[in-house]
Design a protein around this ligand. Sequence first.
Ligand SMILES: *Cc1c(COP(=O)(O)O)cnc(C)c1O
Length: 394
Amino acid sequence: MNWAGRWQQAIADAEATGLYRQRRLLKSAQNVQQEIDGKSVLSFSSNDYLGLAADPRLALAGEQAIQRYGVGAGASHLVNGHHRLHHELEEALADFLGREAVLLFSSGYMANLGTLQALGPLVQRIYHDRLNHASLLDGGRLTGLPFRRYPHGNLATLERWLGQYTEHSLVVTDGVFSMDGDSAPLNELTALARTHNSLLVVDDAHGIGVLGEGGRGVTAAFDSTEVPVLVGTLSKAFGCYGAFVAGDRSLIDYLIQYARTYRYTTALPPSIAASALAALDVIRQEPERRVHLQRLIERFRHGLQALGWPLGASDSPIQPVIMGSTERAIDAAEQLLQQGILVVPIRPPTVPVGSARLRITLTAQHSMADVDRLLSALGPFLTESVRVTEDQHE
Ligand SMILES: *Cc1c(COP(=O)(O)O)cnc(C)c1O
């Protein structure tokens, strides 16, 4: 078989199992009302939780930085690409998170690859929550160390595994799980890591800016003795791009020396750092965005409950509606789109087989009326699904 034949076969396999994916064309800014594939839709599918991606203040800060400093960083941080704006952002983030230091990475994916790869030589094995983000798994694989995935949130299993060895392990978890929206059991995880001399890595990509005291994320109440390695991203609540690791100064210095995705890539454009600084100002000065978002989340959950739908454990803006089969999730998303509502169906392998879902995300830009419109559009599917499930139980 020639090469083209081989990849066409693999594509056909994806089509046959409902896993073939296509990109939609976004022609407007990343707002809740957007133009996608030539159609005006109300979107419940971005990670722009605070509605900052198209905020004029962030745009202006970036624009001014481009005028002054140009577009590209020109080099990696360790050559001569470490701009004053990067440095200022690192210090501002460290101050915001109550950590000694912060290191910027070019994306969350790269932060996780580089951090786990760099920490690998200090430990003997790695334990992941089964629902950890792909970038954490891939980072773990880069170390070449043995790893195991404990069932989601199953601390008894993790404790048993940790107890089998006296050597050091890495315990790795999402802060807020990206497809389920629930939070990691951090009280228990910090205690287990301490008891078993293990290093805890928390990736709070979805929590920082949104949850916790002052929007400091799900680890807000923990210091760096309890959560020594904290990863965050600037691409979600910050509405920008890039990511960071926060911790003690020695951790940050260690990562500068050893994290390959830090050393061997070009620094973020300085203008992105300027926009992220503007986003941090908004996060600090406009707590009402978080308050409004929480009200939207509550309204959505009450609405689901009123439809007889079993609620998941999420108190974050990520509200999955689990449909089961891939076909059902895709069918529901298509019907919603016909009504002008954009919700993305998430299917295996992103989520476990049999748990295909509509991943609904709320942002501070939504109104209560938007949530009500979504609920009434969802109503028919959910009542139908609840009936089907009840029939199966009889
Ligand atoms: C989105 C996400 C990432 C990747 O972040 P990017 O900045 O988009 O590369 C990493 N971890 C988790 C848990 C995420 O949800």
